[in-house]
Design a protein around this ligand. Structure first.
Ligand SMILES: [Zn+2]
Length: 329
């Protein structure tokens, strides 16, 4: 197919994204079980960060190569004169990448809109409360008590999050259990877990109709709950007991909580509740915290700067342009 200069660039960017994303994504997807074994040896917060980085890695690497190599080498070395042939393979890869981005963007936007609508509705119908919670950091969490019949206790929203609590939950928990549950949700807010959820929704799957990263996303959700439990109890045996009791009491309430997108529900995945209660009642000795290594950070920055310099070197761009020519045709 004959295409003009800028359309060819768009086609090339999408095709290159698809090829790199598929290659890195396949490695990440196939290595899901190995990654989970590695994550189990880490502290929950580090395990969550590790799995989130793995989940976002394919899109990040693909975007970096497209933005750092494909676009500059094309603009620098591809002549603007006239239309040029684009091969069927390149076109197919570009269309697949466009489909992946359309699906993931729609998924993220739909979740954000539903979450905002639900929060607005709850504010209209509920009552704002100042509960005697124990904020971990800074100002207390805005809390809305709503008339929902089910066991609802969740932090909703990405920015300016708020906590929604249904009346059955308020009645079921003692003040100490409610305070422990609030600390758990506060921990989700402090670590911006709903924003991480949104990033994962926006990151494309492996193929249209095949996500491929379920193991990593489920693992992230598990370790994120464990980390919020750990932050909430901060090693205090009484808080651990209160939090475990709150989990059991809410899990026993009749009804199912509404499925909210972009929300950190206190119960989380119902299949994980007994494991969380066990952890709270018999905490394993924590893995040692390694102090942040200044030399490692400096090495990382130097490596990144070296990579950027290599990518923008004329020889690298010329080599990339050679590959691009093959990809286009
Ligand atoms: Zn949670």
């Amino acid at each position: 197919m004959m295409t003009p200069y800028l359309l060819r660039l768009l086609c090339l960017c999408l095709a290159a994204f698809f090829v790199i994303h598929s290659a890195v994504g396949l490695v990440v997807s196939l290595g899901g079980a190995v990654a989970m074994r590695a994550a189990r040896r880490m502290r929950p917060r580090s395990a969550g960060r590790f799995l989130l980085a793995l989940r976002l890695l394919p899109a990040a690497v693909a975007l970096l190569v497209v933005g750092g190599l494909c676009v500059p080498s094309y603009l620098w070395l591809e002549s603007e004169g006239g239309a040029e042939e684009v091969g069927a393979g390149c076109l197919a890869a570009a269309m697949l990448a466009a489909a992946l981005w359309t699906l993931s963007t729609a998924r993220g936007v739909r979740a954000a809109v539903r979450s905002a609508r639900h929060a607005r509705q709850s504010e209209r119908l509920g009552r704002r409360s100042t509960l005697p919670g124990s904020p971990l950091h800074g100002s207390p969490l805005p809390v809305w008590i709503v008339d929902a019949p089910g066991p609802l206790l969740a932090l909703v929203g990405v920015f300016g999050s708020r906590l929604l609590i249904s009346r059955p939950v308020m009645s079921a928990l003692s003040p100490a259990q409610l305070a422990a549950a609030l600390r758990h949700e506060e921990a989700h807010r402090v670590s911006r877990d709903n924003l991480k959820r949104l990033l994962m929704l926006l990151a494309p799957g492996l193929l249209p109709g095949f996500h491929g990263f379920d193991t990593i996303e489920r693992g992230w959700a598990r370790f994120t709950e464990w980390a919020a439990d750990d932050d909430a109890v901060a090693g205090d045996a009484h808080l651990s007991l209160s939090l475990a009791a709150a989990l059991v009491r809410i899990a026993r309430l009749a009804g199912t909580p509404p499925a909210l997108p972009l929300a950190a529900s206190f119960l989380g995945d119902s299949r994980e509740i007994s494991a969380r209660v066990d952890r709270l009642l018999s905490p394993a000795p924590a893995a040692p915290v390694r102090p942040r290594n200044g030399a490692a950070v400096a090495t990382g920055v130097a490596l990144a700067a070296g990579c950027a310099a290599c990518m923008l070197h004329p020889a690298t761009l010329a080599y990339a342009h050679g590959i691009i020519e093959q990809l286009i045709h």
